[in-house]
Write a protein that binds this ligand. Structure first.
Ligand code: ADP
Length: 477
């Protein structure tokens, strides 16, 4: 118990607090938030500036309209009625709210000027073209930012002069400057805040993945039959990750079980001939034996060794899933293989072969020979000693049909698909005392499938079995 706690503590301590992924995500979040913050501030300043300027313009417009009332026309000339009207505080002194007023004709002759312009000189007199009633501009006079409003003086459609009214932008500028310096000051603070928020967010977003990793680690370390039971929506990434991992564990468990079953069965199959050899040797070595007895023992050992070689050879092919069986560049003559090589092995003349001339197949002849040997040997093995086994090859338009027919013990219907499983032996064979390892048909199926063919089993009439292979035909030009 204490050891478990100690191990979990070490495990926790070993884990970095901020992993590379968290750092990466947090950096991206921070940069995005920070850029967003800068853009937001920029537009806020623009908006505020616009709002202040709009206020100033309304003030200027209002004042210019008031001034216009005090102007009369004498044919082509402008007369300013009562200059005293313009002696308000804002036109006499210089302050942040002052108005600087100039009224002039199109020859740039000044007709009126507010008192404060005697001190604050240099406001330029301009003749400007514009269509609207008012024109607003920004000017800089003696390093002072001004908002200037121009209004045309028109009599009977004729332009006679301009009213020019300016006011300092000091209040607008200082407000904007205030906002900008506040923003600059809070920038580092905002950055730190964004960084912390991003770190927390990045860590939180990876939390479910960490949970799944923990469970997966536990599964691989302790029990492969456990599964990730983390609650997650099957549609989202976490749900799919969970499903994919569970699927992977299923396949792993299945494969591992298969491998262990395979090695169990393989050892078991090899154990029989090895035990037979051992028993034979123990018996013969007990005392001095005759030459005939020694010969007999050596023959038994030879027989058992051949059996073991056969088993190991088959197991080697099966373990690699017969990767070499599909060499499509190779071609062999089925007619030759059956009529010569297979026929030679038929010592008891029980096999009859019927095959047209010049039948060729694509693939490795050695492996296909093993297929035929397994089917023919089974047909011989599972039928009475004198009965005949027929191998019939027929041509179809695109394929070759090979049938191996016997009159033997047959295969029960419910076992016809199972006999291809590795190490499977029929329920009726043990009672008949027929020896075998349950590997032959598995090899047959793998090789035939690799060659793109198929295999089926049907009952022979009145008794026995017919194995039928259908393989794509190779037509040589
Ligand atoms: P083995 O013959 O060594 O047992 P196989 O893989 O060649 O292994 O065959 C698997 C099983 O299929 C056999 O145990 C047997 O039950 C059945 N079988 C195969 N061929 C025949 C056949 N021609 N007639 C009857 N049963 C057969």
């Amino acid at each position: 118990m204490e050891r478990d706690i100690y191990l979990s503590l070490i495990k926790i301590m070993k884990k970095p607090l901020i992993t590379k992924s968290v750092k990466k995500n947090a950096t991206i979040f921070t940069v995005v938030l920070f850029i967003g913050y800068l853009i937001f501030n920029f537009f806020t300043v623009l908006q505020i500036n616009y709002y202040f300027i709009d206020n100033v313009d309304t003030r200027l417009k209002h004042e210019v309209e008031h001034i216009s009332v005090n102007i009369v026309f004498n044919e082509d000339t402008i007369v300013v009625l009562n200059g005293k009207e313009f002696e308000e505080f804002d036109m006499l002194h210089i302050s942040d709210n002052s108005f600087f007023l100039q009224i002039y004709n199109i020859d740039k002759e000044l007709l009126f000027q507010s008192k404060n312009l005697e001190t604050f000189q240099n406001l330029p007199i301009r003749i400007i073209e514009f269509d609207d009633k008012f024109l607003f501009t920004n000017e800089k006079v003696d390093f002072k930012g001004l908002r200037v409003c121009y209004s045309k003086i028109i009599n009977e459609g004729k332009l006679l002069g301009y009213i020019q009214l300016a006011t300092p932008k000091t209040s607008v500028n200082s407000a904007i400057e205030g906002i900008i310096s506040f923003n600059l000051l809070t920038l580092p603070l905002a950055f730190i805040l964004f960084l912390i928020v991003s770190l927390i967010f990045a860590k939180r977003s990876l939390k479910p993945i960490n949970k799944i990793i923990e469970i997966a680690e536990e599964i691989t370390a302790t029990n492969l039959s456990n599964r990730i039971d983390y609650e997650a929506d099957t549609e989202d990434e976490l749900g799919r990750l969970k499903a994919t991992l569970n699927d992977l564990f299923n396949r792993l468990e299945f494969q591992i079980n298969q491998i262990s079953q395979f090695s169990d069965n393989a050892s078991h199959q090899l154990m029989n001939p090895l035990t037979a050899i051992k028993t034979e040797l123990e018996y013969i070595l007990k005392k001095e034996r005759s030459a005939d007895e020694y010969k007999e023992t050596l023959e038994t050992i030879d027989e058992q060794t051949s059996e073991m070689i056969n088993i190991v050879r088959t197991l080697l092919i099966l373990a690699k899933d017969c990767a070499v069986c599909t060499d499509s560049s190779k071609v062999f003559s089925l007619t030759n293989l059956l009529q010569n090589e297979i026929m030679e092995e038929d010592k008891n003349n029980r096999v009859t072969i019927s095959i047209p001339e010049n039948i060729y197949l694509k693939g490795e002849a050695d492996y296909f020979k093993m297929v035929l040997e397994n089917l023919i040997n089974n047909a011989l093995k599972y039928s009475s000693e004198k009965s005949e086994v027929k191998v019939i090859v027929e041509e179809k338009t695109n394929s070759i049909i090979i049938s191996v027919c016997d009159n033997g013990i047959g295969i029960p219907d419910n076992e016809k698909s199972k006999v291809f499983d590795r190490f499977y032996r029929g329920s009726n064979v043990e009672s008949n005392g027929i020896k075998g390892h349950g590997l032959g048909l598995n090899l047959v199926k793998i090789v035939v499938n690799k060659m793109g063919g198929s295999i089926t089993i049907i009952d022979n009439k009145p008794q026995g079995t017919i194995f039928t292979l259908e393989i794509t035909r190779l037509i040589l030009e």
